[in-house]
Each structure stands twice: as structure tokens, then as C-alpha cells.
Design a protein around this ligand. Structure first.
Ligand SMILES: [Zn+2]
Ligand SMILES: [Zn+2]
Length: 245
């Protein structure tokens, strides 16, 4: 009986209304999440026109040299959960993000027998935060999916990425990471919380391709919509996504 009463009293983490069964959000907050239902098949950019398969940029030149899976757009309460987790050490928000990812990402498109390669946190940021949020999520995701972790280390000290143009960042990106074990013949899924420009994911894919991985894909929780880079930086001042390597 007490278990039943406790369950009845679970409150939405966002608005304090009664949460849905098995969820940490109420129906209204859950339905308002920015699901990325219609996205570019290559880079997962949210698309506004139904019937299109690729974004304008990927039609000219692929934004990323691998397919990206992103079940949510970066915005709304999804951005609030990420901010709560990363900058306020709210691990309940981290668990909700992981649950949402597991429920809504199209894992069938990622295949099986994968290695999970989380984007490593910048050491300075990790020290400032006291933990590595992407590694925390990746450890749990690795266990849930049965995908062993693969780790990368930053191989060069790079200048502050925020001071560089997108083109300069992409040029620099090819020599920033090395893998801590061979990737030959592996199916690699690169993992990050948010993708904005794709520069970090592309940088991390370079050693995977160089080491002749069998396949390289990327999984992120949320994809910044077109024109949303500024909002992203406003929400997370000093920590823009994709520019932290
Ligand atoms: Zn709510
Ligand atoms: Zn695209």
C-alpha cells in the first residue's frame, strides 16, 4: 500500500503536477518535449518541410561524414533538463535524459555489437564541474545496450575553439583526438549530449576512419535546430556545444 501511495505522489520534475506512470514528467510537460520527428537523414537537423530527406547543407556536402541519430531538438524543457544536469549536478535530470534517449532514439538504425565512444570532456571544464556529464551518461548507456566503451584522448592542445570560425574549427579538428585502443573492424557509435555544428563529432570520427573502423555513426540526445546556435550559447554561457574540444 505504501509503495502505491509513493507512486501516486510522484511529481513532475518540471511543474510539480502528478507525473505519468513510470515517468518523471506529467503528460503536459512530456507532450511538450521537442521531439525531433522529422530530421535530416544524414545530420539529424530538424526539418520543417515534410517529404524532404536531407537538409539543404547535406544536399550540397554532408555536414557530418556519418549518420547522426538525435531523438530531440535542443530547446524547451529538453534544454532545461540538460542545463539542470550539466551545470547544477542534478542527477535526477541526468536519469530522465537517459530514459528519454532509451525510449525515443531509433536504436535499430545504429545496429548491434557496437562500441560506444563518448566525446571526452575538456579537462578544464571537467575540473570546474567536478564530473563529466557525457561520460556519466555513456557509462549507463553502455551497460543498458551492452556496447563496450571505447575511449578517446585529446592529442593536441588546441586554441580556444570559440574564437575560431567554423571553417578553422573543422580544419583543426582532424588532429585533436586519438583512440586508446585500435578501432579496426569495429562498429563505432560516437556519443554526445548535443550536436550543434558537428565539429566535435567529426573530429572524433577522424581517428575512427583512419583506423578503418567498419562503421561510424553518431548518437546524441538533442540536435540544435537551424539558427539555434546563439540560443544554445545563451543557455549555456561559456560552454557552447561542439566547440569544447
Ligand atoms: Zn509537468
Ligand atoms: Zn543534414
Amino acid at each position: 500500500m505504501s509503495v502505491f501511495l509513493n507512486w501516486c505522489n510522484i511529481r513532475c520534475v518540471r511543474c510539480q503536477c502528478s507525473a505519468m506512470k513510470g515517468q518523471s514528467l506529467c503528460r503536459m510537460c512530456y507532450d511538450a518535449l521537442p521531439f525531433n520527428r522529422h530530421a535530416c537523414s544524414q545530420c539529424a537537423l530538424p526539418l520543417s518541410e515534410l517529404g524532404t530527406e536531407y537538409c539543404g547543407q547535406c544536399l550540397v556536402k554532408a555536414v557530418t561524414p556519418f549518420c547522426v541519430t538525435a531523438p530531440f531538438e535542443y530547446g524547451g524543457d529538453l534544454a532545461w533538463l540538460i542545463t539542470r544536469f550539466k551545470y547544477h549536478h542534478d542527477f535526477r535530470a541526468g536519469r530522465i535524459l537517459l530514459q528519454l534517449l532509451l525510449e525515443h532514439a531509433s536504436f535499430h538504425s545504429l545496429g548491434v555489437k557496437n562500441r560506444l565512444l563518448p566525446v571526452p570532456s575538456h579537462p578544464t571544464r571537467q575540473r570546474a564541474r567536478g564530473f563529466d556529464p557525457v561520460a556519466w551518461l555513456a557509462n549507463k548507456l553502455s551497460r543498458k545496450m551492452g556496447w563496450p566503451l571505447l575511449r578517446a584522448i585529446k592529442s593536441h592542445s588546441a586554441p580556444a575553439q570559440r574564437t575560431l570560425t567554423r571553417h578553422q574549427r573543422l580544419q583543426l579538428s582532424s588532429r585533436v583526438f586519438t583512440l586508446d585502443e585500435p578501432a579496426v573492424g569495429q562498429n563505432i557509435v560516437i556519443f554526445d549530449d548535443v550536436m550543434t555544428t558537428g565539429a566535435t563529432l567529426t573530429a572524433l570520427s577522424t581517428p575512427c576512419f583512419q583506423e578503418t573502423a567498419t562503421s561510424v555513426k553518431a548518437l546524441v540526445i538533442a540536435r540544435t535546430p537551424k539558427g539555434g546556435e546563439f540560443d544554445n550559447m545563451q543557455a549555456n554561457p561559456g560552454s557552447p556545444h561542439d566547440t569544447s574540444f
